[in-house]
Design a protein around this ligand. Structure first.
Ligand SMILES: [Zn+2]
Length: 322
């Protein structure tokens, strides 16, 4: 079993990490958060860090965040694209423009694809992880009802896009995101055919709300935009038993992906604190047959004050389960 570490925090985190230390601790992969607004000016820092990781023997996955706020729409992530291109943003069911670009907007799609090609050129990596792509949904209002979405829906159904979030609309939203990911995968694979496209569906929302989410994995496993299905196990925040949640999530993802001979990556939150049961979670994952486990993330684990004391037992465990 390979163990990965997700590195959020952007370039300031990259500047503090020595990839050889991670490799010495037994990590086999890193997932690098690359923010739209940072990559405009600091792409070289990310490129240098990614090269250093590869030189240390770590597999690198790029996690683009921001970029029109379709990926990981954390409200605190800024997007210059959204600020400057309001006309390409989603329109919700109350007719309001929201602060997120529309994945069906051709101008945004072109900008996004071109940015992903650039990232793929700059950062030597194994693949890209699309982190919780979603459409806007809040308090009963949903997007998108922009003219591109209306036109597409009409072309497919020969009727107007309903105001209610019907089953057809839910399918339309999911397919819109999967088509967007297909373009994203094509963009990076145009640079290097071997680049892997990994999809992480939202674990905290339903697919009706987000468009795609972990409660309906089968269509994601079927999609040709997805080479690897990635699932997060938020057992701590959901107050679930760690072992039960881990095994069940992995089995569901394997059933959805394995049918199409695709791999699964499992993510868990981790820290040196005993309540996170990280060492046990590694054993449980290995016993469940997980091939690639990623610990989220750098801030809570490797950058924490308690890490130095925890490090020897973690690296022993990584060796044991490897
Ligand atoms: Zn739209």
């Amino acid at each position: 079993m390979r163990i990965g570490l997700s590195i959020g925090g952007g370039v300031s985190a990259m500047e503090q990490i020595e990839p050889r230390d991670l490799a010495a601790d037994g990590f086999g992969s890193v997932f690098l958060a690359c923010y739209e607004d940072e990559m405009r000016w600091h792409a070289q820092t990310a490129a240098d860090f990614s090269r250093a990781c590869q030189a240390a023997g770590l597999e690198v996955y790029v996690v683009p965040l921001g970029y029109g706020k379709v990926m990981d729409p954390d409200p605190s992530t800024e997007s210059l694209y959204v600020r400057e291109h309001r006309q390409n943003c989603q329109i919700d069911s109350r007719g309001r423009r929201v602060h997120r670009a529309c994945p069906n907007n051709p101008a945004f799609l072109e900008w996004f694809s071109s940015n992903m090609r650039t990232l793929a050129w700059l950062l030597e990596c194994t693949g890209f992880l699309w982190d919780e792509p979603s459409l806007y949904f809040a308090r009963g209002a949903w997007a998108c009802r922009c003219r591109w979405c209306q036109r597409l829906y009409f072309a497919e159904h020969q009727e107007q896009l309903p105001l209610e979030l019907t089953a057809e609309v839910a399918d339309f939203r999911r397919n819109s995101l999967l088509m967007f990911l297909l373009a994203a995968a094509a963009a990076i694979q145009a640079v290097d055919r071997r680049l892997v496209s990994c999809l992480m569906p939202a674990s905290s929302a339903s697919s009706r709300e987000a468009g795609i989410a972990a409660d309906a994995l089968r269509p994601l496993g079927e999609s040709s935009s997805v080479d690897v299905l990635s699932v997060y196990v938020p057992w701590q925040s959901e107050n679930r038993d760690m072992e039960t949640a881990l095994r069940a999530t992995y089995q569901e993802a394997s059933a959805a992906a394995g049918h199409h001979h695709k791999d699964v990556i499992v993510w868990i939150g981790g820290s040196p604190h005993p309540r996170d049961r990280l060492l046990e979670a590694l054993q449980v994952s290995r016993d469940a047959g997980v091939g690639h486990l990623v610990i989220a993330g750098h801030q809570t684990l490797t950058a924490s004050v308690a890490y130095d004391r925890f490090r020897p037992s973690l690296s022993r465990m990584i060796e044991d389960v490897g």
